[in-house]
Ligand binder design. Structure first.
Ligand code: UDP
Length: 313
């Protein structure tokens, strides 16, 4: 019997790659998305596939699905700072009410459940690199809190379903991920820089560019998510999935400018409020529990991403 996975947020950037990978593993996939930022275009490789079903629905409303579900992946949320700030209340409700609805569905279907949380739960971290045991340094009322606190609430709710309902649930904290299908107007650093560079427009660095991020290529991220879901015995675990290679924003700008052969200049803009100064995952837990490590180096991943952006110019 084929296993069935439901992917909430499956038309999004990471979600669509995950749907393809699950189909590739011989599963049936039900993709649920409200197309807030997700796009049908992202799913074109799966169109007409008999094992793939798309349902346009918003998880803030209770979802009724006929038949069995073995796995529920919850990737539904705005995730880019400009987007989640513009849609702040939706973001809070998707991660609270939406998470509740998916957890209830998991209990009803006796499904295994995985929620994608975020490195943002660590806020502007005082511990470096960030281990899962770190409680974070989050401004609870700042402009990023609609995302950070919503994800922290989603984690708390998930843990209570694990404790009270014995739900086989796991929490994955995703660190900055990039690759083909990042939206060009998404506002995040890699998509902005590539789009600006290939148009020879000025590259916009916020602050002085000394802040760091660790960038994970999408195929590595999807591999980590699948490993975390398929491995039994991980109920109640919290695991970082990201690439520990750490780069300053200025380094990322220079690399992209050089790789695209762009004539773009660099302009400096004010650093957004509460922008974390440093971010790098400690992935020893993922290595130990999942035998997972990322394999795509930043240069290699950027090459593939730039190629995709060039094609969709
Ligand atoms: N950033 C930047 N220029 C841009 C977009 C982002 O300098 O055009 C910076 C941003 O201030 C942050 C880092 O790049 O320090 C990563 O931002 P992103 O929005 O990709 O995600 P975050 O990691 O902050 O959630």
């Amino acid at each position: 019997m084929k296993k069935t996975a439901l992917v909430a947020g499956g038309a999004g950037f990471i979600g669509s790659h995950l749907c393809e990978a699950l189909i590739g593993r011989g599963m049936r996939v039900i993709c649920v998305d409200n197309l807030g930022t997700g796009k049908m275009e992202n799913l074109k490789a799966l169109k007409g596939n008999k094992n793939f079903t798309f349902i346009k629905a918003d998880i803030r409303k209770k979802i009724n699905i006929k038949g069995g579900i073995d796995y529920i992946f919850h990737l539904a949320s705005y995730a880019s700072p400009p987007y989640y700030q513009a849609k702040s209340i939706e973001t809070l409700m998707t991660n609270s009410l939406g998470t509740f609805n998916l957890l209830e569905l998991a209990v009803e279907k006796k499904a295994r459940y995985l929620i994608t949380s975020t490195s943002e739960t660590y806020g502007d971290p005082k511990e470096h690199p960030q281990k899962e045991t770190y409680w974070g340094n989050v401004n609870p009322v700042g402009i990023r809190s609609c995302y950070d606190e919503a994800k922290r609430f989603a984690e708390a709710l998930t843990m209570e379903f694990f404790r009270k309902h014995k739900l086989d649930a796991r929490i994955i904290r995703i660190f900055n991920t990039y690759g083909p299908r990042l939206q060009k107007d998404d506002g995040r650093v890699i998509s902005n820089f590539i789009w600006q560079a290939i148009h020879n427009d000025p590259i916009t660095i916020y602050g002085d560019g000394s802040q760091t991020r660790s960038f994970c290529y999408v195929s590595d991220q999807v591999g980590g998510l699948m490993a975390a879901m398929m491995k039994p015995g991980l109920a109640g675990e919290v695991i970082n999935i990201g690439n520990p290679g750490e780069f300053t924003v200025k380094q990322a700008a220079d690399m992209i400018k050089q790789m695209t052969g762009s004539s773009s200049g660099i302009i400096y803009k004010p650093l957004p409020k509460d922008d974390p100064a440093r971010r790098k995952p400690d992935i020893s837990k993922a290595k130990k529990l999942l035998g997972w490590i990322p394999s795509v180096k930043l240069k290699e991943g950027l090459e593939k991403t730039i190629e995709w952006f060039e094609k969709s110019k």
